[in-house]
Design a protein around this ligand. Structure first.
Ligand code: TYM
Length: 382
């Protein structure tokens, strides 16, 4: 029986952190025996925001080293750099022609990276409410106000609100990059180019995978059965590791404070300091509850790295406080990171680049075959 295929990737930008490991890489390592696995360093995605060329080159190799040090085995899995297989960009272009702008304006990641946080649908709803319902402008002292005046006033307010919103939206949209906007289409191309069945990722990528599914279906219905419609794989416990400085936001490579994440590049001293400084909730009990999001996040990290159930951790720390818990967590994170960092520094750039080039060579015929099929179907002369 042929194995199912998985595909996933990470951008070589910012500092890779334990969220990337627990949400993605750790699952890949476990899945590589059961699945035909393709893992990519997505440098073309990274350039959708400005990058220093030399740093980008270093980070690309560094990400591949982290894959290898985590246990991705190039004998079992294909490992390559996205830009080494130009079929990704070619398929992206073709998929652009069946993608609507509206498919992309709704993408949460685009909106947050472009600074367009306000939601168009929310805005439309509040505007409709305002138009249908001028009553907020009545108050008790004003009940004899001429109804026409009130309607006019609410229309004026609605008009001003709309004008301000549209002005702000257009300014932000116009100053954001086309690459950033198109990012999810390139990601869809990455995935469906290989007839990927399953995409193991963290929760933040689900909306992008939904688009990959839509585009695969859209292409199939327009041009005949061509692409496998991919599923996602997320593991509940690690799917959303939150920031250590703010448990309401996910741990992120591009966070403004380095106290947000524990990076693969952090020294033992820094790791201990970051965990000591990690925000906690009120109360002193070590319990795994939604009302204690900061502690819940720390227990999650503990549980995944130490392979212990969260209930077990609660029992272990009954009667103890944050101090003991944080000291032990720091120990666990350091014990995970240290050997990982030793393996990373034991890998030479040349060796890693050789593995990546071999990976691209191995994988490219699959990409080319699929792209030729696509070109044939859409009417290109192959
Ligand atoms: P990227 O580089 O932002 O993140 C890489 C992987 O790490 C996961 N992740 C997290 N998981 C749990 N908690 C967190 N705080 C956390 N932060 C990040 C992400 O979900 C992701 O799995 N667009 C992708 C890269 C990409 C891709 C692809 C992925 C490009 N093409 C095709 C899969 C398939 C991205 O920016 O991931």
């Amino acid at each position: 029986m042929t194995k199912k295929r998985i595909f996933s990737g990470i951008q070589p930008s910012g500092n890779l952190h334990i969220g990337n490991y627990l949400g993605a890489i750790a699952n890949w390592v476990k899945m590589q025996d059961e699945f035909e696995s393709i893992f990519c360093v997505v440098d073309m995605h990274a350039i959708t925001v400005p990058q220093d060329p030399e740093v980008l080159r270093q980070k690309t190799i560094e990400v591949a080293k982290i894959y290898l040090a985590s246990g991705i085995d190039p004998q079992k899995s294909s490992l390559f750099i996205q830009s080494h297989v130009p079929e990704h960009a070619e398929l992206c272009w073709i998929l652009n022609t069946i993608t609507q702008n509206g498919d992309l304006t709704k993408m949460t990641q685009f909106k947050s990276k472009a600074g367009i946080q306000f939601d168009l649908e929310d805005f439309e709803k509040s505007l409709t409410d305002l138009q249908n319902n001028p009553h907020p402008y009545f108050d008790d002292e004003n009940t004899d106000t001429d109804i026409n005046k009130v309607i006019k006033l609410s229309r004026d307010v609605a008009y001003e609100t709309a004008r301000e919103f549209i002005k702000k939206f257009i300014a932000k949209f116009n100053s954001s990059g086309v690459g950033l906007f198109d990012y999810p289409v390139l990601m869809a191309a990455d995935i469906i180019l290989y007839d990927t069945q399953t995409v193991p990722v963290g929760e933040d990528q689900l909306q992008h995978i939904e688009l990959a599914r839509d585009l695969a279906k859209r292409f199939n219905s327009k041009f005949g059965e061509t692409f496998v419609v991919p599923e996602f794989f997320i593991k509940k416990e690690g799917m959303r590791i939150m920031g250590l400085d703010d448990p309401s936001k996910k741990m992120s490579k591009s966070a403004s404070s380095e106290y947000n994440y524990i990076a693969f590049s952090d020294s033992e001293e820094i790791i201990r300091k970051k965990i000591r400084k990690a925000v906690t909730d009120s109360g002193s009990e070590i319990v795994y509850r939604d009302e204690k999001p900061a502690l819940k996040n720390l227990i999650n990290i503990y549980s995944l790295l130490a392979d212990k159930k969260t209930s077990e951790i609660e029992t272990m720390y009954a009667g103890k406080g944050y101090g003991d818990f944080k000291n032990d967590l720091a120990e666990i994170v350091v014990n995970f990171m240290k050997p990982m960092q030793e393996r990373i520094s034991g890998l030479s750039d040349e060796k890693v680049l050789e593995i990546l080039r071999e990976g691209a060579e191995k994988i490219r015929p699959i990409a080319k075959k699929k792209l030729d099929e696509v070109k044939e179907k859409i009417g290109f002369i192959v």
